[in-house]
Write a protein that binds this ligand. Structure first.
Ligand code: URA
Length: 244
């Protein structure tokens, strides 16, 4: 690719091709349109601006999102069986966001993410990494409990995902750790197995994205805890942090 061109340069390019008797600029003509670059820069700027928002402003934006868009939500059939919406919790300015699948029974009861047995394991991981739960932000793909802890269905995920995306937009974390298959596959729009996704950085809307195993899986397969530990260490390293 050559140097990006300005609008004026681009007009000259079009005039040149028109003079050549062509109505369109051929693809692969080596023209990098500046407008695209500008769009990317705008997205990056937006992210930087979000990062610059104070924790108070982010907390207010999250609260507004909850009250104006989510409270009393009946956007999908999960609303019928829930006790509480599990919005997510943690530091609104978190550098790392953990995203699980869906609330379980205990989370539904308390209205808080990852507070059951799997949650204890996640909490231990966060502490081992040298942080507290309050330092990170913890959320899920869907905010209401699927009955019997089944996987959330496609219509439920589609109804709920915009809220998570808004949360990510407000928090603007520097890295996301996706906990488990449903989280990783949903956010990466892929069907690749979690065992193949984990341990490698992907990109979610410009944010470094590390898929790893779900804590519930690790409770059943403790020998794989080391893998999730290694995945999390990669994230720490990326952020210039060290586990104690
Ligand atoms: N499993 C999840 O994916 N999320 C929770 O909040 C709890 C268990």
């Amino acid at each position: 690719m050559g140097e990006p061109v300005s609008r004026t340069d681009l007009r000259h390019v079009f005039e040149f091709y028109r003079a050549m008797g062509l109505d369109e600029v051929p693809l692969g003509a080596g023209v990098e349109v500046k407008k695209e670059k500008t769009k990317t820069q705008t997205n990056t700027q937006k992210k930087q601006e979000k990062r610059k928002m104070s924790a108070g402003e982010k907390a207010a934006a999250l609260e507004k999102l909850y009250h104006e868009a989510l409270e009393g939500c009946t956007g999908c059939k999960l609303s019928a069986g829930r006790t509480n919406i599990v919005f997510g919790e943690g530091n609104p300015s978190a550098r790392i966001m953990f995203i699980g699948e869906a609330p379980g029974a205990e989370e539904d009861k308390q209205g808080r993410p990852f507070v059951g047995r799997a949650g204890q394991l996640l909490t231990n991981l966060i502490i081992k990494l040298g942080m507290k739960r309050e330092d990170v932000f913890i959320a899920n793909i869907v905010k209401c409990r699927p009955e019997g802890n089944r996987d959330p269905e496609e219509d439920e995920v589609s109804a709920c995902l915009p809220f998570l995306k808004k949360q990510i937009g407000i928090i603007a974390p520097e890295a996301i750790i996706a906990l488990g298959r449903v989280s990783a596959q949903t956010l990466l729009c892929t069907e690749v197995q979690i065992s193949k996704l984990r341990g490698r950085f992907a990109n979610f809307e410009g944010i470094p994205f590390m898929p790893t195993y779900h804590p519930s899986y690790l409770l059943r397969n403790p020998k794989d805890k080391i893998l999730t530990w290694q995945d999390a260490l990669q994230v720490l390293e990326l952020l210039g942090l060290k586990a104690p």
